[in-house]
Design a protein. Structure first.
Length: 190
């Protein structure tokens, strides 16, 4: 029995033929100074709308801090839906604050975002009858109540407000989907 030997011939690429080589040639002098990781992150930041690993310049804070129920009623009467975050001091609140800042900047001025620190304003938080914190509710469409009930003071007017518990993903995307689902007017996307 005779064995036939076959040899494989491998083709070597010329130095400029590979894609990696071409990419290196196309880089500008400025990009040549950056590491691969820096270029990749820069590209990711410039192309991805929802990349949240890099601090965004959101400008001044658009979150309204709760000071009183009277101020809250004034916010409702401005006509925009009001997103209220009822918070306590816990590790999750730090993440929630970042999400609220980003969402408030994106949906301003169509939606108002309010943060209530429940240890400072326990009466307002207890009226919501929830015992799991933090939680978010959306208040919208204030209307004068048809039945004013027993009138104690003629200067007091009762209103009815629609309230929806927020049970979507706590992110800008989650807020957007929630607003769409409930037919709230969304601003035009940038």
């Amino acid at each position: 029995m005779q064995r036939e030997e076959t040899t494989r011939k491998t083709r070597k690429r010329p130095s400029g033929e590979g894609t990696l080589c071409r990419k290196r040639e196309e880089m500008t002098a400025e990009e040549g100074d950056k590491s691969f990781l820096e270029r990749m992150l820069s590209h990711l930041r410039s192309t991805s709308k929802y990349y949240t690993g890099y601090p965004k310049d959101l400008g001044p804070s658009r979150i309204v801090h709760f000071t009183s129920e009277r101020h809250f009623v004034q916010l409702l009467h401005e006509g925009s839906p009001v997103v209220v975050a009822f918070t306590i001091r816990c590790p999750y609140t730090k993440h929630l604050d970042q999400v609220l800042e980003e969402a408030a900047a994106e949906f301003y001025p169509h939606f108002k975002f309010v943060r209530v620190e429940c240890p400072k304003y326990p009466a307002f938080c207890l009226t919501r009858q929830r015992n799991e914190y933090p939680f978010i509710e959306i208040f919208y469409s204030p209307e004068q109540a048809t039945n004013q009930g027993k009138v104690v003071d003629p200067n007091i007017t009762k209103y009815s407000v629609k309230v929806l518990p927020f049970n979507y993903d706590v992110s800008v995307y989650g807020f957007r989907e929630f607003f769409k689902r409930h037919g709230m007017n969304l601003p035009e996307t940038k």
